[in-house]
Write a protein that binds this ligand. Structure first.
Ligand code: DAH
Length: 359
């Protein structure tokens, strides 16, 4: 037989297709792959299709036999393709049936939406009450000069009053004593130096003290408020704080002022709200002696306040002959604790989602 013998090439072509197609179909993992494999043999340009086209150019005596062989092979390839296709589809169907069935009657899985921390909510609500009365909101640095934390507020250097604040100092030295602010009263000083009266400002923020027990945390939130204008009196202070108490804890919540001492106010006072738990003003018998929150007193201490001391005005360049004002400062964590009946400030910082999610 000669090299270029067309029947020999034809033989080889048929043998190649015959030897390959079954494995090629079996290797196809999905329908497109299977169709591509089939196209290689019986597609318009497939190997077997081309062989069939060449039957006419074979020597006349072998035409019939080769034509028959090629046709039979094409039928087998087509048949194998159909079978492989049916098998693939069956496999697909089973796989679809195997996945866990959907039960549309089961309760859905809710994404747990995040929410604001109770302390943050208390902060925003308190700020809201004061902005609705016309107060601006101011901010200040958490690391501040002792000058703003103590000196300009009328704490004389080394005065025992500074013992009221067990402070974290960042840098010592008389020149620039830097510290974590122990109260938000620093912002009173800063705002009064920065702006001119009349002024009404609240300033919420984090403060730091070397305290650590069930009701004290070394870091906690305060809000400072102050108002400077002509002829401001203690009655204005009382009115503003009463609105605050009622807006946060309900109409009728009583307010009581008790004389107290803070270097930067004169007179100074502590303000108490009627106990928000046993609400004595709503009970015929008054305060409940067994109330675990007010311990039967009927009152809760809520903030410090007073009339801004003339010395503070002088220290910030405001004329105390012309201007008068009140100031107050309160703990926001405590407000959050009272609102939700949380006994320990710790629980606000533990961030247990079971507790926080229930508030
Ligand atoms: N700064 C005080 C503290 O942290 C609270 C305070 C008391 C603020 C009286 C005031 C005030 O503005 O008038 O204990």
């Amino acid at each position: 037989m000669r090299e270029g013998d067309p029947t020999r090439l034809f033989d080889e072509g048929l043998a190649r297709v015959e030897g390959e197609y079954e494995a090629a179909f079996a290797a196809a993992l999905d329908e497109p792959a299977l169709r591509a494999a089939a196209a290689r043999y019986i597609g318009p340009n497939g190997e077997l299709t081309q062989l069939l086209r060449q039957v006419g150019s074979l020597p006349a005596e072998s035409r019939r036999a080769y034509g028959a062989r090629a046709n039979t092979l094409r039928q087998r390839v087509e048949h194998a393709f159909e079978q492989a296709l049916a098998q693939l589809r069956e496999r697909e169907r089973r796989r679809a049936l195997d996945v866990a069935p959907v039960d549309p009657t089961l309760p859905g899985r809710w994404p747990r939406p995040g929410r604001l921390h109770p302390t943050r909510r208390a902060l925003l609500d308190v700020v809201d009450v004061f902005t609705s009365m016309g107060f601006d909101v101011a901010d200040g640095p958490e690391v501040d000069r002792a000058e703003y934390n103590f000196d300009r507020l009328g704490f004389p250097p080394d005065h025992p009053a500074t013992d009221m604040h067990d402070s974290f100092f960042v840098r010592g030295g008389e020149a620039d004593r830097l510290m974590l602010r122990t109260h938000t009263s620093t912002i009173q000083v800063r705002e009064m130096m920065r702006r001119r009266p009349p002024l009404a400002v609240v300033a919420p923020g984090v403060v730091y003290r070397r305290d650590d027990d069930a009701t004290h945390s070394p870091m906690f939130f305060q809000i400072e408020g102050f108002l400077v204008d002509r002829d401001v009196s203690m009655a204005d202070l009382r009115g503003v704080l009463t609105v605050f108490g009622e807006r946060l804890f309900g109409a009728g919540t009583p307010l009581r002022l008790r004389p107290s001492y803070f270097p930067f106010v004169e007179p100074g006072a502590e303000a108490d709200l009627g106990c928000t738990f046993c609400r004595p003003w709503e009970q015929p018998a008054g305060a409940r002696p067994d109330c675990r929150v007010c311990k039967g007193s009927g009152w809760l201490e809520i903030l410090g306040c007073g009339m801004i001391h003339p010395v503070v005005f002088e220290n910030v360049g405001i004329d105390p002959e012309t201007w008068t004002g009140f100031a107050f400062g309160m703990g926001i964590d405590r407000i959050a604790m009272l609102r939700h009946g949380i006994p320990s400030i710790r629980m606000l910082f533990d961030n247990d989602p079971r507790l926080l999610g229930s508030l």
